[in-house]
Design a protein around this ligand. Structure first.
Ligand code: NAP
Ligand code: MN
Length: 266
């Protein structure tokens, strides 16, 4: 029986060395290695940091195949394995000594006057201005008006993304076993002219968040998905919810979210 593994690496020297070594060792262990997406692969390995991990998942269009990362990057919150642990990884993989963790994604339906387009996010959807001016956003949840927001913008984060941009913006770290959406304001204005919530809001997993830009000056709203900018011409409405699509992370069987958090940044 063919056992196929796809390896996706960034172009950093250490990653390329790791890719070479990993290919040799996995081939010796009887696996067929591909460097492009292969529909019959049983596992995808992403070599790099968190950014590479996010890119692999986006480039491969949110595959159902489990994914594991080897960290050659800076922080490496997603990747579970370090390049020194390749032998160890192959051993526990062959013994089926691992767990798979379902990761929920956000789905944002971005509408312009002409059409709507769906985009998916692992960490977050950011709505902000691309011109350094205050932006004004009307926020509704399940078709109830919450507030007219004025400031730099807002982050809608998954639990998985809570430790990324969300945390830097003052949002809370969320246990990834909770499925929810966290909306964190970016520099909300609080004056007699504008009133905005100043802390994060947590929404349940069945909520529909609706953000409608109010254009006071010009067409200037930018959508950033997992760190990548998406430009649309005159957005009329953005609807964000938790998607039915999920990805699967392969984890060491001793993986535990809070020890990862304290190891990486507390
Ligand atoms: P980047 O600029 O290298 O990312 C910033 C840092 O976030 C990196 O150290 C990255 O880890 C880390 N990171 C990414 N996802 C994370 C997660 N789920 N939990 C904890 N840390 C995480 O850009 P990138 O590598 O392409 O990552 C894109 C992400 O950067 C976006 O999704 C956004 O969350 C984040 N970001 C943060 C800020 C901020 O904190 N002010 C601003 C813009 C974007 P690696 O070093 O391993 O790549
Ligand atoms: Mn990065």
């Amino acid at each position: 029986m063919r056992r196929i593994i796809t390896i996706n690496s960034n172009q950093v020297h250490r990653s390329l060395e790791t890719k070479k070594l990993l290919t040799e060792k996995l081939t010796a262990a009887g696996f067929e290695i591909h460097y492009d997406f292969h529909p019959d692969a049983e596992l995808i390995i992403s070599i790099g940091g968190d950014g590479s991990f996010l890119k692999t998942v986006h480039d491969f269009d949110f595959p159902e195949i489990p994914i594991i990362g080897i960290n050659t990057g800076h922080l490496g919150f997603f990747p579970d394995i370090s390049p020194e642990d390749i032998d160890d990884f192959i051993e526990f993989y062959l013994k089926d000594d691992y767990i798979t963790q379902d990761i929920s994604l956000l789905q944002a339906s971005v509408c312009t006057q002409k059409s709507c387009r769906d985009v998916f996010a692992i960490n977050e959807v950011v709505v902000k201005g691309d011109k350094s001016r205050t932006i004004h956003l009307n926020l509704r949840v399940n078709d109830r008006h919450i507030q007219n927001f004025s400031g730099d913008g807002m982050i809608v984060s998954t639990s998985t993304g809570s430790t990324a941009y969300n945390y830097a913006a003052g949002g809370s770290i969320v246990d990834t076993s909770l499925e929810l959406m966290q909306l964190t304001p970016l520099y909300p204005i609080n004056t007699n002219a504008y009133r905005c919530f100043t802390s994060s809001i947590i929404f349940s997993n069945d909520s529909i968040i609706r953000i409608t830009p109010e254009y006071r000056f010009e067409d200037s709203i930018l959508i950033v998905i997992d760190g990548v900018e998406h430009r649309f011409s005159k957005i009329s409405d953005i609807q964000i919810s938790i998607s039915d699509v999920k990805i699967k992370l392969l984890r060491r069987s001793n993986y535990e979210f809070w020890s990862r958090v304290s190891d990486k940044f507390l």
